[in-house]
Write a protein that binds this ligand. Structure first.
Ligand code: NDP
Length: 419
């Protein structure tokens, strides 16, 4: 029995909400709140008669802490699921603290305006000290650790697939497969085809920022940064086939390096087709990925936001995407003094996702773990006060829930390694 407030009603939230509504015995009441209330109303209308969860809706601009506080005070939820954008992470955490409510999200904080001078000063210092230059990092949200601990509240960060399930896979490997882990390669393959020359599978602004940034990996206790897309490998993915993949910076590397201190190297690879890369490079070269506002015919526009308006809405890719995703982690390390390797992954079919929840597999593979993370918090399995990433909790009940609710794990004890 619980009341949950979901903030955001985009691609990922749509899946998470539909999945929560399949588990009405835990998610008894749910409020969908977002900037554009009409989207929440449309989803609530669709869910009517299909679920025992009591669904209500509300309007909120989560950039404003007071609006979130008013909404929480009015609805009195047990948990706030932030499935809006990373820009809102801190305002929603502040509101949760002010109202004494648990918090979770699917991506770590980054600012909407990267020209903000106060943020930039902290960012530039971090680039120098830490050695990676992505706009997002955990420091902003880890700074809330003590406040959440003192309030006896739990904040669960980054509970999608990657970050999220990938860290549960690491916790599982540590708990059941290895005494010590030497290397982790996280492999994110999307073998789906939506038929467009160029489209992003989730929010275009967040996606393009991530992909066009320098790559980096963790090795021997420090970050190694490389120019974007300069480390390429080929891999033959189960049920997808041979794909090119590129080394990217990714947020879970930062927390894994801290929580699995013996690890010597952590890398993250994502597959991209040539058409995607050519379009992205061209858009970048002409300035369309910029977040700095420009004057256009008397109006201020942010190029990447204008681009977002031109690109297909990720939610509209569902009915046209065919193929599968394959996301997982390959480990090397030692068990009982012997070297071993291990691969754990999930394969997800775009068309099957669409049939079940009217969404392609990228939103599905993020929305299902968000629901399962909420399930862990609401059923008392993940409740340690403070601010935590997924690998800090017991992976067993979470992976069991993923097996049950649509993202079953597969394993290999003799995987092909990435060189
Ligand atoms: P969308 O752009 O589809 O949806 C974002 C939603 O947030 C929209 O409903 C939007 O409202 C709402 N929103 C935006 N700003 C505000 C605001 N100020 N106040 C209230 N609501 C707001 O994004 P996605 O669903 O693709 O992504 C959601 C999150 O999931 C992102 O943080 C993304 O980074 C993360 N993600 C995580 C992954 C993982 O594996 N961990 C993978 C993919 C995504 P409106 O309709 O008005 O625009």
């Amino acid at each position: 029995m619980s009341r949950v407030l979901v903030i955001g009603c985009g691609g990922v939230a749509n899946v998470a909400i539909r999945k929560c509504c399949q588990v009405s015995e835990v998610f008894t009441e749910l409020c969908i709140a977002s900037r554009t209330k009409a989207k929440c109303d449309a989803l609530a209308e669709e869910l009517k008669g299909q679920t025992n969860t009591v669904v209500t809706t509300a309007q909120v601009d989560a950039d404003h802490v007071e609006q979130v506080i008013d909404l929480i005070n009015a609805y009195k939820p047990d948990l706030v699921m932030n499935i809006a954008l990373p820009y809102q992470d801190l305002t929603i955490m502040d509101a949760c603290l002010a109202c004494g409510v648990n918090y979770m999200d699917t991506a770590n904080y980054e600012p909407e305006n990267t020209d903000d001078s106060q943020w930039r000063a902290v960012y530039e210092k971090r680039c120098k000290e830490a050695g990676f230059s992505a706009y997002f990092d955990y420091s902003w949200q880890w700074a809330y650790k003590e406040k959440f601990e003192k309030a006896g509240l739990t904040a669960l960060l980054g509970c999608g697939f990657d970050p999220g399930v990938t860290q549960a896979y690491c916790a599982h490997a540590k708990k059941h497969e290895f005494d010590t882990i030497d290397t982790i390669d996280i492999l994110d393959c999307n073998g789906g085809d939506h038929g467009y020359a160029f489209a992003t599978n989730f929010n275009p602004e967040i996606n393009l920022r991530e992909v066009s940034a320098p790559g980096s990996y963790w090795e021997d206790g420090h970050w190694v940064e490389i120019p974007p897309m300069t480390i390429k490998r080929e891999y033959d993915f189960d049920q997808v086939g041979q794909k090119d993949m590129y080394l990217l910076h990714h947020e879970e590397i930062e927390s894994l390096a801290l929580n699995i201190p013996e690890v010597q190297r952590i890398r993250f690879f994502m597959t991209f087709g040539q058409s995607y890369l050519t379009h992205m490079k061209c858009l970048e070269n002409v300035g369309m990925l910029s977040t700095t506002p420009i004057d256009f015919e008397g109006q201020q526009i942010v190029p990447i936001q204008f681009l977002k308006a031109l690109l297909p809405d990720p939610a509209s890719l569902g009915p046209r995407t065919k193929g599968k995703t394959n996301i997982g982690c390959i480990f090397t390390g030692k068990k009982d003094g012997k070297d071993k390797s291990y691969y754990i992954y999930n394969v997800c079919d775009h068309e099957a996702c669409y049939q079940e929840v009217k969404s392609q597999a990228i939103s599905y593979t993020t929305g299902v773990p968000a629901m399962c993370g909420a399930l862990m918090m609401l059923t008392g399995k993940w409740t340690t006060p403070g601010v935590h990433t997924v690998e800090e909790f017991d992976p067993d009940p979470f992976l069991d829930a993923l097996d049950k609710y649509g993202l079953p794990r597969q394993e290999s004890h003799d995987p092909v390694l990435v060189d």
